[in-house]
Write a protein that binds this ligand. Structure first.
Ligand SMILES: *Cc1c(COP(=O)(O)O)cnc(C)c1O
Length: 377
């Protein structure tokens, strides 16, 4: 949210154009909140949420580890000062030469979700540790991750067995319950599935060590969300329930929950109009949209809080749209957004909770609009 530091920065620096300003103090608090909530778990920050070097350097200094998806992300994390033992190559879809490069850089922990990927890792990263991702239904998540990643638990057994046969270290199981997951129980089913994979393989003498519980921890948008503490307690209960007194090594990979509430987008109203004289609905066009920062408004999935200087005035429903010449560049139309009736061209607005999945989740230069600028303070 807009902290005093962010407000002071905007007031004194008056940056030009639309921008995202992120307060590192909030990231630090979030990190400390996760440590407190899940003291037994290692934290692997999901770099894709926001790979700004300042964030990576702060998290390196706080002791975090990192979940990465590409060689480029691995290099960013190494440049920020992390050693390769703090990096996991968590993408289940990797080119063999990228695995080889990661291995050369010292990374020894890899995600897989099928036998074909295990075979690539065995060739390109001999002896490495692998964990197999299992599918979850993503129910309860505002930004579900669908069936693109993971396999059913029965197949995870086959995948990890194959890893063992190929001389890899069959290390554990992972899952992701879906992003912005507000249901505390979502981790329970996945942990139950994971424990079955552990037990089946143990009977064959393959002893798994790790459960990677993924991300999904929510940030606050318009509705309150449970605290990290509440998530920590629910997860600990499920771990005890399914693993008894043999609780494995665990890691979490928060992305949104680590940086979402640390950032604010400052935008400007470019146009306010109607489609006919009697139209009740106003169209408000901003200098940011789906292509330069607000991609997660796709299907109106994520609904950001918006602050204006006129919030004490009467509010009317508005369609909120971006500046490009693409009709997909509309953020909220199915459910219009209440904005002050007095809002007008040139007014500044703050879009809150935009620290995650905004700055790099944007087009390069669609229609000549620059990617959104980022200031990390
Ligand atoms: C994107 C991603 C995350 C982060 O998810 P959040 O919902 O932002 O916490 C964690 N792990 C993996 C493997 C991911 O792809």
């Amino acid at each position: 949210m807009a902290t005093q530091r962010i407000r002071d920065f905007l007031a004194t620096r008056r940056p030009e154009g639309p921008c995202m300003i992120l307060d590192l103090d909030v990231v630090r608090e979030n990190y400390e909140g996760f440590v407190k909530a899940l003291p037994q778990s290692r934290i692997f920050y999901a770099v894709k949420a926001n790979p700004a070097p300042e964030i990576l350097r702060l998290l390196v200094s706080l002791g975090s580890s990192f979940d990465t998806a590409t060689v480029a992300e691995i290099e960013m994390v190494l440049d920020a000062g992390a050693t390769p033992d703090r990096i996991s190559f968590g993408n289940t879809i990797k080119k063999e030469r990228d695995i080889a490069r990661a291995y050369e850089l010292g990374v020894s922990l890899y995600a897989v979700d099928c036998v074909e990927e295990v075979e690539k890792v065995a060739r390109a990263a001999p002896g490495a540790r692998v964990f197999c991702r299992v599918l979850t239904d993503g129910e309860g998540a505002e930004w579900p991750l669908s069936r693109k990643f993971g396999c059913v638990p029965e197949m995870a057994v086959t995948v990890l067995r194959r890893a063992h046969e190929l001389g890899l270290h069959a290390y554990g199981v992972s899952f992701h319950v879906g992003s912005q997951q507000t249901n505390l129980k979502a981790w329970d089913r996945a942990l139950s599935d994971a424990s079955k994979v552990f037990r089946t393989l143990a009977k064959e003498g393959i002893i798994l060590k790790l459960v990677n519980m993924g991300g999904g921890f929510p940030t606050r948008y318009l509705k309150d969300v449970p605290s990290a503490q509440a998530y920590g307690m629910a997860i600990f209960d499920s771990l005890s329930k399914h693993f008894g007194n043999r609780i494995p090594e665990t890691i979490i990979e928060p992305g949104r929950g680590m940086v979402g509430n640390a950032g604010v987008i400052r935008s400007e109203v470019v146009l306010v109009s109607k489609k006919s004289e009697n139209d009740k609905l106003r169209w408000v066009y901003l200098d940011v949209g789906k292509f330069n920062g607000l991609a997660e408004t796709m299907d109106e999935a994520i609904r950001y809080p918006i602050e204006t200087a006129k919030d004490s005035d009467e509010k009317v429903p508005c369609v909120l749209a971006g500046p490009t010449c693409d009709s997909a560049d509309v953020m909220y139309e199915k459910t219009p957004y209440p904005l002050p009736i007095s809002l007008t061209v040139g007014d500044e607005i703050l879009i809150e909770g935009t620290g995650a999945y905004t700055t790099t989740y944007a087009s390069v230069a669609f229609n000549g609009f620059e990617p959104i600028r980022s200031y990390v303070i």
